[in-house]
Design a protein around this ligand. Structure first.
Ligand code: NCD
Length: 305
């Protein structure tokens, strides 16, 4: 039985197969409409979510399966003190596959070690968010035609942003990637990541101003300042509007640069940017459904002819 905790759980070849499947699902939706009939997906969300939980549910419903679960720890037995290990053993009796989001880093991993069904990490604290990374990679591959050979700017909360940590992890396996980390000093990418890049000889730069690197970027990955991971409100308020991407700043960008964002956005991208053809964050959310459909099929070992 296979779980997904980290994007590196799949080899580059396995990811290619997964993305081919996701692209086939995109073009032949009907072919997959009954693939998961009789199967159930449990979504166990101990932290808020809109896209991740609903896109998992939409994915399973699109495959003809059913969904059950909870979207708030307070409405589950966690409120009575039940451990994730016990909860997953119970969920294993009710469902065929489980997507779990938890504020504690490593909680989905603990669940997977006790589970009778495949467990997907749908975000654990500030650690990893592998299905967002699959979404990001599929978006880049589908719209740019390839993975690798680009300069990517990651901007915003690089300290607490789990989508950023997962994406960097996954991208280092592709050739000729150059990273530009754009953040205020307080929200810099963690040292363990820059140490790892140095060790592997992968080029990166750290800058504070978006304007300083805009013309170089092939991809710009914007992120929200992660309010819920701050220890004090004052720091959050000081940093929350540090970056606001607007039309004026985009004038310096390449014509074919893609702007990605895992969403939700707060103020970091002005709504006037939404109509720019380079803004692909809403399309990215759609790719999230296709890739989760492909992932469910893969982990349940269901082949559609
Ligand atoms: C992200 C997350 O939960 O980490 N959202 C998502 O799943 N698309 C990003 C965020 O909350 O800022």
């Amino acid at each position: 039985m296979r779980h997904l905790m980290n994007p590196l759980d799949f080899t580059v070849e396995e990811l290619d197969q997964l993305f081919d499947l996701a692209n086939d699902i995109e073009t032949h939706r009907d072919k997959y409409a009954h693939a998961c009939e009789g199967k159930k997906l449990a979504t166990c969300f101990y932290e808020p979510s809109t896209r991740t939980r609903l896109s998992f549910e939409a994915a399973m419903l699109n495959l003809g399966g059913q969904v059950l679960g909870f979207s708030d720890a307070g409405s589950s037995s966690a409120a009575k003190g039940e451990s994730v290990s016990d909860t997953i053993r119970i969920i294993s009796c009710y469902a065929d596959i489980c997507a779990m989001r938890h504020p504690k880093e490593g909680a989905p991993m603990v669940a997977a070690s006790r589970s009778g069904i495949p467990v997907i990490n749908a975000g654990d604290g500030g650690h990893q968010h592998p299905t967002q990374t699959l979404t990001d990679l599929l978006t880049i591959r589908s719209l740019k035609g390839h993975l690798g050979d680009f300069t990517i700017g990651l901007c915003g909360d690089l300290k607490f942003g789990r989508t950023v940590h997962s994406l960097i992890n996954a991208l280092i396996r592709y050739p000729n990637i150059r990273f530009i980390f754009i953040s205020p000093p307080e929200l810099k990418v963690p040292d363990y990541i820059t140490d790892m890049l140095t060790e592997k000889g992968i080029p990166f730069e750290e800058v504070i101003r978006l304007e300083d690197c805009m013309p170089q970027l092939d991809l710009l990955y914007m992120t929200r300042v992660q309010k819920e991971r701050f220890f004090n409100e004052e720091d959050y308020v000081r940093l929350k509007d540090f970056y606001i991407l607007n039309k004026e700043k985009l004038e310096a960008a390449k014509e074919d640069m893609l702007i990605l964002h895992p969403l939700p956005r707060v103020n970091e991208i002005s709504v006037e940017v939404d109509d720019d053809p380079r803004a692909v964050y809403f399309k990215q959310a759609q790719y999230g459904v296709y890739v989760r459909m492909a992932l469910i099929l893969t982990l349940l070992e269901i082949e559609v002819k």
